[in-house]
Design a protein around this ligand. Structure first.
Ligand SMILES: Nc1ncnc2c1ncn2[C@@H]1O[C@H](COP(=O)(O)OP(=O)(O)O)[C@@H](O)[C@H]1O
Ligand SMILES: [Mg+2]
Length: 317
């Protein structure tokens, strides 16, 4: 059942001002065919988590410790040569701005075809016809497949990225804010496409977003991250209707409601400076319920009911 198991992962960046512990002891699982949302404000470590799983961290970043068990193998221990076989074919990643992953001088059909040639050693003709199949399956009309990336809208470019996943059939897709730059209607279309990908190919998806309202629509389970740590994990129902962590409660209150004209709530304060995160629970300076213990001791992530985990001293005695 389990496809990915991340165990006590720690990632840090070396900077001139010191080291940033961007991921600080994170553990979770993703099952086969499951969509898991990763939600948190900007700077909580979501992108770093995705890059670490694929081992494509920036040069000043490194995995300090932990395990990333994917389909039975620990990716942390895998050689760079073996990782190149995992990337794209077994795990692929799409980003907020597809332009960063697309070659501006290459026609979109060739992006998909090249991926097929590299990973499946298809002939040029075979790759091209499979590429056209994948592009039309994600809603790109056949008369557009010879376009260059800049000739397409943002939503269409994201479709090209999804077409690559559609063609390569990875077991896991890491989608890092794939709809954040798109307008609401296109956002819904892209979410529908990702759901279809999951339903048709049983692709597991790690869906990263800063927007808790988006995951309700697509995720089975949700991971709430704050300042490099997991605050809460649960099913969409548990996170929405049996919310435990004050941070999750704050995120939920910040979602705009249709028909309400009262001022939008924002969680007071700012995420911590990750060079000097606060001691104890990292959320305590912004938490309305913080007590003495919260300022001193970091609460462990514990399972309080079936599948519902929280790191908060209010819930753990
Ligand atoms: N290359 C880098 N060098 C130094 N710090 C970085 C680097 N990349 C990210 N960070 C820091 O790591 C933390 C997590 O960043 P990131 O994973 O991008 O968060 P998110 O995707 O949740 O917005 C932030 O404090 C960010 O400033
Ligand atoms: Mg990010």
């Amino acid at each position: 059942m389990t496809l990915l198991e991340v165990k006590n992962l720690k990632v840090e960046f070396v900077t001139v001002s010191g080291s940033v512990k961007a991921i600080d002891g994170v553990s979770f699982t993703v099952n086969r065919g499951e969509v898991v949302g990763v939600v948190g404000e900007s700077g909580s470590g979501k992108t770093t988590l995705g890059l670490a799983i694929l081992k494509i961290l920036p040069l000043n970043g490194r995995i300090v410790s932990g395990e990333i068990i994917f389909d039975g193998r620990d990716l942390v221990k895998l050689s760079e040569e073996d990782m190149t076989k995992v990337r794209g074919k077994e795990i692929s990643m799409i980003f907020q701005d597809p332009m960063t992953s697309l070659n501006p001088t290459m026609r979109i059909v060739d992006h998909v075809a090249e991926a097929l040639i590299v990973h499946y050693r298809l002939s040029k003709e075979e790759a091209r016809s499979k590429a056209i199949e994948a592009l039309t399956a994600v809603g790109i009309p056949e008369n557009r497949v010879l376009d260059y990336p800049h000739q397409l809208s943002g939503g269409m470019r994201q479709r090209v990225m999804i077409a690559i996943s559609y063609a390569l059939k990875p077991k896991l897709l890491i989608a890092d804010e794939p709809t954040t730059a798109l307008d609401v209607i296109v956002q819904d279309q892209i979410l529908d496409l990702l759901k279809e990908l999951r339903n048709r190919q049983k692709t597991s998806i790690l869906f990263i977003t800063h927007d808790l309202s988006v995951v309700a629509d697509i995720a089975d389970r949700v991971i709430i991250m704050y300042a490099g740590k997991i605050m809460e994990i649960g099913s969409v129902e548990q996170i929405y209707y049996s919310t435990l962590h004050p941070y999750t409660q704050g995120l939920l209150k910040s979602i705009p409601k249709i028909g309400s004209n009262s001022d939008l709530y924002t969680i007071p304060g700012n995420p911590p400076d990750m060079l000097n995160p606060p001691p104890g629970c990292r959320f305590h300076p912004r938490c309305p319920f913080a007590e003495e213990k919260c300022r001193k001791e970091n609460p462990p992530l514990v399972e309080v009911s079936e599948g519902h985990y929280v790191a908060c001293w209010r819930c753990v005695k």
